[in-house]
Unconditional design. Structure first.
Length: 226
């Protein structure tokens, strides 16, 4: 049915919530700000580092903040993340097996993340065996963040597939908007950072509660569960 699957990273391929919260709160603490409860980062992340830092500052400085203050936090956050990109990251049950089975079926796999490209590659290469993915793309200069479809379209070109031959899988409205804008069928996953209602509102083509459902959809077509 499909020749390729493109996956989001955070909240889809890997549970990175505690990792992101740890680096973010360390940076906030070092700059004299209060920490943010780890679970709140579910709704802070997803649109790239710039948006994430702005959302963090809005929470810890509700009466306003200066750009220089945000940049100081951002520099520390980026420093800590670059030093230990795999800290507090874990696989979701069933996801490694899904990826293996997709490859066995001849379906290409790729990663598309708003995480900076170097970090995305470090996380994926640290969590999964070499050769698991045909391509990995994080945020790169000159290419807008998701939900803009530009990066996804570049990945499809690299994979030599058309939008109709490709599934986009993610855990947020941003992901569903990205896949839809690129002309792909989309699957929203429930083991990540957001809930069914958000995915449904963002016009997910299908909603999956188990990775095995993605393999079935890739082989036989979407089950309209949204």
């Amino acid at each position: 049915m499909y020749r390729a699957c493109i996956f989001d990273l955070d909240g889809t391929l890997a549970n990175t919530l505690n990792s992101i919260a740890s680096f973010s709160n360390r940076a906030l603490r070092e700059c004299g700000y209060p920490e943010i409860e780890a679970d709140r980062y579910r709704h802070i992340v997803g649109n790239g580092v710039s948006v994430q830092l702005h959302r963090m500052m809005d929470i810890v400085c509700p009466n306003g903040w200066k750009e220089a203050e945000m940049l100081k936090v951002r520099r520390l956050y980026e420093k800590y993340y670059s030093e230990q990109p795999l800290l507090n990251i874990s696989n979701y049950p069933g996801v490694p097996q899904l990826l293996q089975n997709l490859r066995k079926c001849g379906i290409k796999t790729a990663v598309f993340s708003n995480k900076p490209d170097e970090w995305a590659k470090s996380v994926i290469n640290g969590l999964f065996p070499s050769g698991t993915f045909n391509a990995i793309r994080g945020k790169q200069d000159g290419v807008p963040c998701k939900p803009a479809p530009d990066g996804a379209l570049l990945l499809m070109k690299e994979l030599h597939v058309t939008p109709k031959q490709c599934l986009y899988i993610g855990d947020t409205a941003t992901d569903m908007q990205t896949g839809n804008a690129a002309g792909m069928d989309t699957i929203g996953v429930l083991w990540g950072f957001r809930d069914r209602e958000e995915l449904k509102s963002a016009n997910a083509g299908m909603i999956a509660s188990d990775p095995a459902q993605i393999l079935d959809a890739a082989q036989h077509g979407l089950q309209k569960t949204a």
